[in-house]
Design a protein around this ligand. Sequence first.
Ligand code: AMP
Length: 372
Amino acid sequence: MKITKLNDLYFKEYISSKDLQQIVTSLAKQVKDDLPPNEVPMFVGILNGCFVFAADFLRAYKGTCEISFVKLASYEGTSSSENVKKLIGINEDLTDRTVIILEDIIDTGTTLHEIYEIFRHKNVKELKIATLFFKPDVYRKELPIEYIGKNIDDKFIVGYGLDYNGLGRNLPAIYQLTTQPKMTNIVLFGPPGAGKGTQADLLKEKYNLVHISTGDVFRFNIKNETELGMLAKSYMDAGNLVPDEVTINMLKAEVNKNTDAKGFIFDGFPRTESQAIALDTFLAEKNERINGMVALEVSEDLLVERLLERGKTSGRTDDTDESKIRNRFNEYNTKTAVLKDFYQDQGNYYGIDGVGDIKDITKRLSDVFDKL
Ligand code: AMP
């Protein structure tokens, strides 16, 4: 589940693209099952919003059919009190055809009513309506709606063809209006030894954010011999990742401890795609989101040297043995590195050069933090 921003407003994922596919497929099946076997229906999509739904619906419809699109345009008549509505785009002869109107969403029903009236006078054999979404609480008309994909509350939605001020039609899922996030949440990313911990300590002061290092939390638990510590120890000692479920629950508990936080710097989390998805969902439930992933980019060879050097003083058992270090990189390369794509796909990835003076790197990071 994600939060996205369009112009000045924030939207939270409401219906996933997978659920949409199921709704559309079942709608297409219902329509087909109700028609006589040899009937060739004419689907009529009402632009603009329906274009994504209509495209998916058509491919899910298992039968011979035609499609056309119309648009309802209002134009001023000769007298200023006259506001005439006109359908543009329908050129086909519809005499004796079965016409099924495809709508993306029906709320008050006003537009639909006007379109219906126009089609009623075209000598069609049958006229039916199929809509992806229906808002039963605001519908004001008597017109029967034969096929409804999903009933929804009267909330503003975008995505999957629907827009807010022209934006958001390309979102693959349906998003619902939500409140503006209050926090700034940043994922500080990079391979082991990239300097995330050092930089997070400096940046948390500067930006008044809470720093959560999952590695530190695990080490704290190991030191205090808690149940969680005992569980994590064998994985950590071998340079393996601790299982997702354990790590995700721990992370959530850490976030929930800090109810007054202005935001978080996440260091060492997420490290797998399912951790990243869990984090998005968890934050979206709080109407919050990740503002960005800021990554320290450093080559692996330089890092192995750094870690062995750190191992001389850090007291970290996973820093002293080169084979364990190599295993941590293996875990990073096979499970964690993909997160770059995950955040890049959200338009949320910011890579910076992690080689150089600590101060210079802090400056580079701050330049990105300031934008977020
Ligand atoms: P770090 O201090 O971030 O280098 O983490 C040290 C070790 O803690 C890792 O090698 C893992 O064994 C474990 N660990 C820390 N964060 C995570 C995470 N998000 N998922 C799984 N294991 C983790």
